[in-house]
Design a protein around this ligand. Structure first.
Ligand code: ADP
Length: 651
């Protein structure tokens, strides 16, 4: 439509130009006609009152001077003979008088016409050469002169067509216009002005029909600005079109961009939704007033309430256990006041399902910051840790069972040592008892035992009591070890730990012929540890060390247990236990698997000892390691945290 409009505007403008040109042409023709008529009147006035020849000459010359389009005026006799003539001072033309008076000349034809019609008549145009080699197109006007109804002669007037154009048309012509007289077949007779040649040419033709002759006035114009914007209307429409097209292009592009953005947004939303729905972590958002603004499906599933039941809740959430509501409300107030930033690693809490069951959750909270960087609320992530708790409990229980088993296994291994150890006091008791019975045997049927005998018996009884006590001690040391004690950590001095295991260590050492050395750095603060477990660790390491020395090739067997602060600094908070043997050492392939459960090189071993030792020490935050001992053997070391003097008073 716009293109059509531009085209139409162009067309309209062209037609405007054409119309204007047509009008100009018509005006020019009527101008010429009016001027010719006026000239005709002036010419007729020349003969008013029957002038004499002299007066005529003066008048005619005057007329020629005033009307430059006239070239020559002749007064002829009725037989066409030249009586007198006047010549235009502006245009010297070499007239051939003979030719002019021939009855074939244009003037003769015009006069024949004039006589017949008894009115002025024009001839057709003809080419009249000038004396200077040039020439121009001329036209004759013949005016019959009458007096009392009788022909008294003719007035023959010669017009120069070129001068007609110059004098009668030129003043209305614009610079871009060209006016010309043409013959009906298009041959140009006289031209005025010079229109440029080009594509945007306009032409208008108009007939100038004079009595006896017909001329065509043709006007050509070249339109001033044949550019893209021929006129204001077209320019306006074009500009508007361009603006419109531009706006449309921008709109289309913008629309496309918006569509893409919308699609991206929808994708992102769908992605977010899928992510939220697939999460097992519960999510909940609260605004700054504490109202719940968002919950994800995982959160609803966790607490058993629907999203509609939760959204907008602010005072106390339905999943808060009633007994803890006060505490939680306080916590929420602190959070909303913004004084306390929640820990990044989260905190634990207890929630209630819709059916009333309580379950532990891990809550991780973070501030909600909107796109403008304003804090608009809090986002919390919830992890239901009841399953985790159950697994932890299970693993703790199985760990405990494993440790108990390991302990019992130790005891089992010691059973033979025990029986050997108990044999001695029992044998002594038995022999003392036999001796006592013998002493109490009366030598005579009613003889009372004498004082000396009684003294011996008392001594034997005391021995029995001592041996029984010794056996009891052995059994108690085993019992103490095996008995399950509380798991709680307590402050224990290294010496206490050693004292607890030494009876058992010595039991085995005696059998294997090992000397046991213990050294404890004086003034050590107590360590905070699970006593039973650390004793077990020490006992295991000592036993492993002694077993490593159970080799006939080692004549002097020494087990060395040292306790000191770790070397790094004299005030460091760690104590190091080092159990050193001069046994066989540990081969590299054994070293690789040393801490793997059930790895053992001994036929009767269980392979649980070292793996358990490591677990226990790591539970205390310490480190268990080993290194070869020079010149031979191995040293196992482990560390435990010391209670610093400042805090030991509390412990
Ligand atoms: P077990 O004592 O039941 O064999 P452990 O886990 O205590 O199980 O020990 C695993 C293995 O590590 C032992 O069989 C032994 O080969 C090796 N080992 C442990 N301590 C020493 C040591 N001090 N010297 C040499 N080898 C050792």
């Amino acid at each position: 439509m716009l293109a059509t409009m531009v085209w139409l505007a162009g067309r309209y403008e062209a037609s405007q130009v054409q119309t204007r040109l047509e009008r100009d042409t018509a005006d020019a023709v009527s101008d010429i006609r009016v001027a010719l008529n006026r000239n005709l009147q002036s010419l007729q006035a020349l003969h008013a009152g029957d002038p004499g020849q002299l007066a005529w000459d003066i008048e005619a010359s005057e007329l020629l001077r005033k009307n430059r389009e006239l070239v020559r005026i002749e007064w002829r006799e009725p037989n066409m003979r030249l009586r007198t003539h006047a010549q235009s001072p502006y245009r010297p033309v070499a007239w051939d008088a003979r030719l002019r008076e021939s009855n074939q000349s244009d003037s003769a034809i015009a006069c024949a016409n004039a006589r017949r019609l008894s009115s002025p008549s024009y001839s057709s145009s003809y080419f009249q050469p000038h004396g200077d080699g040039l020439g121009s197109e001329m036209m004759e006007l013949c005016l019959p002169l009458t007096a009392g109804g009788r022909n008294t002669g003719f007035l023959v007037v010669t017009y120069s067509l070129q001068d007609v154009l110059i004098n009668l048309v030129a003043h209305n012509l614009t610079r871009s216009q060209e006016a010309s007289f043409t013959e009906p077949d298009g041959t140009r007779l006289a031209v005025l002005g010079a229109a440029r040649r080009g594509s945007r040419m306009f032409t208008a033709q108009h007939l100038l029909d004079l009595p006896g002759s017909t001329l065509v006035l043709r006007m050509d114009t070249w339109h001033a600005a044949p550019s893209v914007f021929p006129n204001v209307l077209t320019a306006l429409v074009t500009t508007m079109s361009i603006a419109l097209v531009t706006v449309m292009a921008v709109l289309v592009r913008d629309n496309r961009r918006r569509l893409r953005a919308e699609r991206d947004l929808a994708d992102a939303l769908a992605f977010r939704k899928a992510m939220e729905d697939s999460l097992v972590t519960g999510l909940r958002a609260r605004d700054l007033e504490g109202r719940i603004t968002y919950v994800n499906p995982a959160f609803c599933a966790m607490v058993g309430f629907g999203a509609q039941e939760l959204l907008g809740q602010s005072v106390s959430a339905p999943y808060w256990p009633p007994e803890l509501v006060d505490e939680y409300r306080q916590r929420q107030q602190i959070r909303l006041a913004g004084q306390h930033v929640p820990p990044r690693e989260g905190f634990e809490s207890v929630f209630m399902r819709k059916d009333g069951t309580r379950f532990p959750v891990l809550i991780i909270e973070a501030p909600l910051i909107n796109a403008q960087g304003q804090h608009t609320g809090w986002m919390s992530a919830f992890l239901d840790i009841s399953e985790q708790r159950r697994v932890e409990e299970l693993s703790r229980a199985s760990q405990e069972r494993l440790q108990a088993t390991a302990r019992l296994a130790t005891v089992g291994e010691m059973a033979s040592l025990l029986s050997h150890e108990l044999n001695q006091p029992l044998a002594a008791i038995s022999s003392y008892a036999t001796g006592s019975i013998n002493l109490l045997q009366p030598s005579a049927p009613d003889a009372a035992p004498d004082a000396e005998q009684l003294q011996d018996v008392r001594m034997a009884m005391q021995q029995i009591a001592r041996q029984a006590e010794r056996a009891g001690k052995v059994i108690k040391s085993v019992h103490d070890f095996v008995r399950r004690r509380d798991q709680a950590r307590e402050a224990v001095h290294a010496q206490q730990l050693l004292d607890a295991i030494l009876p058992l260590v010595i039991l085995q050492a005696r059998k294997l012929g090992v000397r046991v050395h213990t050294t404890v750095e004086p003034g050590l603060p107590p360590t905070l540890c699970d006593r039973t477990m650390v004793e077990q660790v020490l006992l295991n390491l000592a036993r492993n060390a002694m077993q490593a020395m159970d080799d006939p090739a080692i004549p002097t067997r020494v087990l060395d247990i040292r306790v000191r602060r770790t070397a790094s600094s004299p005030h460091s908070g760690w104590v190091e236990f080092a159990v050193t043997d001069i046994g066989t050492g540990i081969a590299p392939e054994v070293a690789e698997k040393l801490f793997t459960p059930f790895f053992t090189t001994r036929p009767e071993g269980m392979g649980l000892g070292l793996s358990m030792c490591r677990t226990v020490i790591e539970q205390h935050g310490g480190f268990l390691g080993f290194a070869p001992h020079e010149p031979r053997g191995t040293v196992f070391t482990f560390t435990l945290p010391l209670i610093q003097p400042s805090s030991s008073s509390q412990a």
